[in-house]
Write a protein that binds this ligand. Structure first.
Ligand code: ZN
Ligand code: ZN
Length: 279
């Protein structure tokens, strides 16, 4: 606990930037999973999302801290009714934050209004660790941000558990999006419980059959349990969304406006079926 306390006391922006420097350099130095062109522009466009996140987070983190402290002071939530040892409470707490995030994410794929914002994250056609930054700020704060407060309200989770959960997801997100080759044995071992980079990349496949799978941030167990777990060899994955393929739809400014633009979703699953039919 002492170690975790000092870890969480470090400004997470420093840790994130440190991780990004390490992984971005590794991607430059060692063999990539996906082909890459115009890397500096890609980094620049994705980093602009981080700037907006950084500024918005000053307000949003105050709202979250205030709300969860209030909930805890009122002793609201399931865990207040149970006598659990602190370590078990911490592990279960992280799992519950992840479970609520799983359902928010799943909902973002089926509710058209939520998809308009969430598709920004899926739009990246050439993935690397900076894809981690690509998310619409409205989605990050209003949707996913409120999922933490909702999880705290249902289960009675505290800020320490949230801090640890966010720390783990931050490391996972950099790893999951990094353009490196991850050996298959990782998927066959810890991939039973944990969302490995190859399993998250299935979620970024253009074919909607796969886009609507592997929603979990940390525990792929939720996908296995709720029937959304899918596999696809990572070398066969085509990244992004068909309707965002053009270069002009990959810029920060277009993506920021895109939730307010009618972009018809192209059902690639249907396209693939037509392509596969013998003529
Ligand atoms: Zn998604
Ligand atoms: Zn992703």
């Amino acid at each position: 606990m002492e170690f975790l306390n000092s870890l969480l006391a470090i400004d997470s922006n420093f840790i994130l930037i440190g991780l990004m420097v390490v992984f971005y350099s590794l991607e430059q130095l060692i063999s990539n999973q996906f082909k890459f062109s115009k890397r500096p522009q890609h980094l620049f466009q994705n980093s602009l999302f981080y700037v907006v996140f950084f500024l918005g987070n000053i307000l949003w983190s105050s709202i979250t801290v205030f709300s969860i402290e209030w909930l805890n002071n009122q002793q609201i939530g399931l865990f207040y009714l149970l006598q659990l040892p602190p370590w078990l409470k911490l592990i279960l707490g992280i799992a519950m934050f992840d479970l609520v995030s799983y359902w928010f994410h799943r909902l973002s794929h089926v509710v058209p209004l939520l998809w308009r914002f969430h598709r920004v994250h899926h739009s990246d056609t050439s993935m690397d660790s900076s894809t981690n930054f690509r998310a619409h700020p409205f989605e990050t704060f209003l949707w996913f941000g409120s999922s933490s407060i909702l999880a705290a309200a249902i289960f009675g989770l505290d800020l320490f558990t949230l801090g640890l959960y966010l720390f783990i997801t931050m490391v996972f997100f950099v790893l999951q999006h990094s353009n490196l080759r991850f050996p298959k044995w990782i998927d066959k071992s810890i991939g039973f419980v944990i969302t490995t980079p190859n399993l998250h990349k299935v979620h970024h496949e253009q074919d909607q059959h796969y886009t609507d799978s592997n929603f979990a941030d940390i525990f792929i167990l939720w996908d296995r349990l709720f029937g959304t777990f899918k596999r696809k060899p990572v070398e066969e994955i085509k990244l992004g969304l068909k309707e965002f393929d053009e270069a002009e739809k990959q810029t920060f400014w277009y993506l920021m406006k895109s939730p307010f633009i009618d972009v018809k979703r192209i059902n690639t699953e249907e396209l693939h079926k037509i392509e596969q039919k013998p003529s």
